[in-house]
Design a protein around this ligand. Structure first.
Ligand SMILES: Cc1cc2nc3c(=O)[nH]c(=O)nc-3n(C[C@H](O)[C@H](O)[C@H](O)COP(=O)(O)OP(=O)(O)OC[C@H]3O[C@@H](n4cnc5c(N)ncnc54)[C@H](O)[C@@H]3O)c2cc1C
Length: 478
């Protein structure tokens, strides 16, 4: 159906999703005068998707700026991204996100977001990441309040299950028998992490015949089911990314299946050692600063038998990391600790003995890449290696915690969704559903919110423009 033979749709911009990217798009379009509806699958109490769990946003800056210390220039941000993604990124889009991150905080403030200096216990982030006062929940509440002031309509409990198209042109979003016609649409409905069957299919079985994804926990919302992502791919939208790539951290094995959030993350890995269910080490715990490495540990644990790992520390580590919500197992001897964790005591003791014997202690400093390292040990521990010899000893059982998946739809610098290499004139995407354009693999802390904020604003601005063009086109026809 073309615009010429149909009455004008009621909505200028239909936004699907209710997290950070969705609200950034909705606010931007509404600021320009657009009639905007936000369709959120969650009930009001659970609105805001994964964004409510966040704490900070990564921003470039050439000099100290409000809560950010020193400088974090474009080139350094880009090199950080290049390193963690191992080149699986689109440089033009990544640089666009980086550059825009320099100015987005001012806009965020205008919509009621407050910032605070980096939290103590959050290592190495005061220079690069601006923390939200009250966390992501306060940020989302501020955005919803601002949306209300700007006249944005919000519908909760509205899970969109399909879109109607005329070729690559969006016509309407549907939830069961309900239709929401719009001149334009912004898709900001997250990844597919909460559809465990899709994860199972993507990850398959490992060498022990186990279905790897069966032991995953989802750190965020249960509402990111990937229904729109699957639908778009089925409708011929160009996909980007690998379905097994995700932000995946090691979290407490006692975490709930969904929405455990930040408090289930265990941040002591670099202060001790990590062993698998055979009580053997399997990776360098001191490879780099924790914010640059925490997102690889979920994947490393996923590759172990039973998808479980155990972080072992001693009394020296206590007070040096943000405590998790669950208390660790605690014992006066390593053998006792092993029994409590259902590990073989003899093997754990011998693993720790070998580790302790290989430690070449220098000047321990967890705030720099220090010279405490192992010698003659495989795998090595490159930094912060100190003997685990001071009781009491502590251990956490850890599982892979999926934060968000990277498979998404391909977009361009206007956030337009592509079909067979061509941009849709009125369908845009922002946030996790397109994060794979920038993040092919790996992660650097705070960049999820940077991508969602910048692309949310771009998508909102482009949707506004496209709806104005639609209006002009229908005026001419009329
Ligand atoms: C525990 C945790 C901590 C994190 N901490 C940080 C951090 O400090 N900094 C950072 O940068 N990133 C962090 N992230 C990642 C960050 O949350 C995401 O990158 C970001 O929130 C993505 O925003 P989004 O709007 O794309 O998705 P979301 O915020 O997840 O929003 C997606 C929305 O779409 C809705 N939805 C899904 N399907 C449909 C449908 N079919 N119809 C209608 N609505 C639908 C959902 O209900 C949800 O509201 C964290 C994530 C988690 C889980």
């Amino acid at each position: 159906m073309s615009p010429s033979n149909k009455s004008a749709p009621h909505w200028d911009v239909v936004v699907i999703g209710g997290g950070n990217a969705a609200l950034c798009a909705a606010l931007t379009a509404a600021e320009g005068g657009a009639r905007v509806i936000v369709l959120e699958s969650a009930p009001q109490t659970w609105r805001g998707g994964n964004s409510v769990h966040t704490r900070n946003i990564r921003c470039m800056h050439d000099a100290p700026q409000d809560v950010l210390t020193e400088a974090y220039p474009e080139e350094e941000f880009w090199q950080d991204l290049l390193k963690v993604t191992a080149g699986k990124t689109t440089e033009s889009l990544a640089r666009l996100v980086i550059r825009e991150s320099a100015t987005c905080r001012q806009w965020m403030r205008q919509h009621g977001v407050h910032f605070q200096p980096s939290l103590s216990g959050t290592l190495h982030l005061s220079r690069t990441n601006a923390f939200f006062m009250g966390g992501g929940k306060a940020l989302m509440n501020a955005y919803y309040r601002s949306a209300e002031r700007l006249g944005v309509t919000v519908r909760y409990d509205t899970a969109i299950d399909r879109l109607e198209f005329d070729g690559a042109r969006f016509l309407a979003a549907c939830s069961g028998s309900e239709r929401f016609e719009g001149r334009t649409c912004v898709l900001a409905c997250g990844g597919f992490e909460s559809t465990l069957a899709w994860q199972r299919e993507a990850w398959g079985q490992n060498q022990w015949g186990e279905w790897t994804a069966d032991n995953f926990r989802i750190r965020g919302t249960r509402f990111n089911m990937g229904v729109m992502l699957r639908h778009l791919i089925d409708q011929g939208a160009d996909a980007i990314g690998d379905p097994t790539q995700a932000h995946c951290v090691a979290i407490d094995a006692r975490a709930p299946l969904f929405d455990g959030g930040i408090s289930t993350r265990v941040d002591c890995v670099s202060l001790g050692i990590m062993v698998n269910s055979d009580a053997k080490r399997f990776y360098d715990e001191g490879e780099d600063f924790w914010p640059k490495r925490y997102a690889i540990w979920g994947r490393l644990v996923a590759a172990q038998r039973g998808q479980i790992g155990y972080a072992i520390i001693d009394a020296k580590a206590i007070g040096r990391f943000m405590p998790a919500v669950f208390t660790p197992e605690k014992a006066d001897t390593l053998a006792e600790l092993a029994s409590q964790l259902s590990l073989d005591p003899e093997t754990l003791v011998s693993t720790v003995d070998a580790f302790n014997a290989s430690c070449r202690e220098g000047r321990f400093d967890h705030a720099v890449l220090d010279d405490c390292h192992t010698e003659g040990l495989e795998p090595p521990k490159t930094h912060w290696a100190r003997p685990i010899d001071t009781p009491p000893f502590f251990g956490y059982a850890l599982r892979p915690g999926i934060t968000f998946t990277y498979l998404g739809v391909k977009v361009d610098a206007e956030a337009a969704v592509h079909f067979a290499g061509e941009p849709s004139p009125n369908l845009f995407a922002a946030g996790e559903i397109m994060a794979g354009n920038v993040l092919g693999q790996g992660y650097t802390a705070g960049v999820g919110m940077t991508i969602g904020t910048i692309f949310g604003r771009i998508a909102g601005a482009q949707a506004l423009l496209a709806s104005q063009q639609f209006e002009r086109a229908t005026d001419v026809i009329a």
